[in-house]
Design a binder for this molecule. Structure first.
Ligand SMILES: Cc1cc2nc3c(=O)[nH]c(=O)nc-3n(C[C@H](O)[C@H](O)[C@H](O)COP(=O)(O)O)c2cc1C
Length: 173
């Protein structure tokens, strides 16, 4: 694999919160999902389900789950990532987050922009809006569209601040 290209994809992904009005073909979204399904999961359980919402009324409902979710109405597509608490009782949140992250990166590689919108504190509301049963936990909601901004990277903690050598507390020089 060309490592620079691979790293570039990881390093250039951003949360996109301004979208062009252009519609996103469903095929393109499905292409991203086709890649996202290669995310790892505990015991390869793949406990995820993805609800693609293009309907404006339903996106508007999703955009009101909290004040920072308004992008769901401003982008042409919203995607809810659900994870099955019955199939993966001890890993549904992790597995669901992994497929969500793969999806985000795949969308980015396909020229689409997305922002992850928090769902955890409002899981019941999200379930109700999309008609999902109680055992499916909404791990993430994405607003997806063609980017209309190129935000700079947000600040990140330094390597030396986050790495501990051999045991917790021994920091790099
Ligand atoms: C679990 C999670 C929840 C998030 N919730 C929101 C949200 O509700 N609204 C929003 O605008 N951004 C949300 N974000 C996006 C973060 O603010 C963003 O990823 C972070 O500031 C880093 O910026 P970057 O994605 O451009 O690297 C969320 C991200 C994660 C991983």
């Amino acid at each position: 694999m060309e490592s620079e290209k691979c790293l570039e994809a990881l390093l250039t992904r951003r949360s996109i919160r301004r979208f062009k009005p252009d519609d996103v073909p469903l095929d393109l979204v499905l292409k991203a999902v086709d890649v996202a399904r290669f995310a790892p999961s505990a015991r390869n359980g793949q406990p995820w389900e993805l609800v693609v919402v293009r309907d404006k009324e339903r996106r508007e409902k999703l955009s009101k789950i909290h004040p920072w979710a308004r992008y769901a109405a401003e982008a042409p597509v919203a995607i809810v990532v659900l994870s099955d608490t019955r199939r993966a009782p001890d890993s549904y949140m992790i597995d669901g987050s992994l497929v969500a992250m793969y999806l985000w990166l795949a969308l980015h590689c396909l020229g689409l922009g997305a922002v992850w919108l928090h769902t955890v504190p409002v899981a019941d509301t999200v379930r109700r809006i999309i008609g999902a049963p109680d055992h499916l936990f909404p791990v993430a909601l994405f607003a997806v569209g063609y980017p209309d901004e190129r935000p700079a990277a947000r600040p990140r903690r330094e390597v030396r601040d986050i790495v501990h050598l051999e045991s917790f507390g021994s920091k790099l020089e």
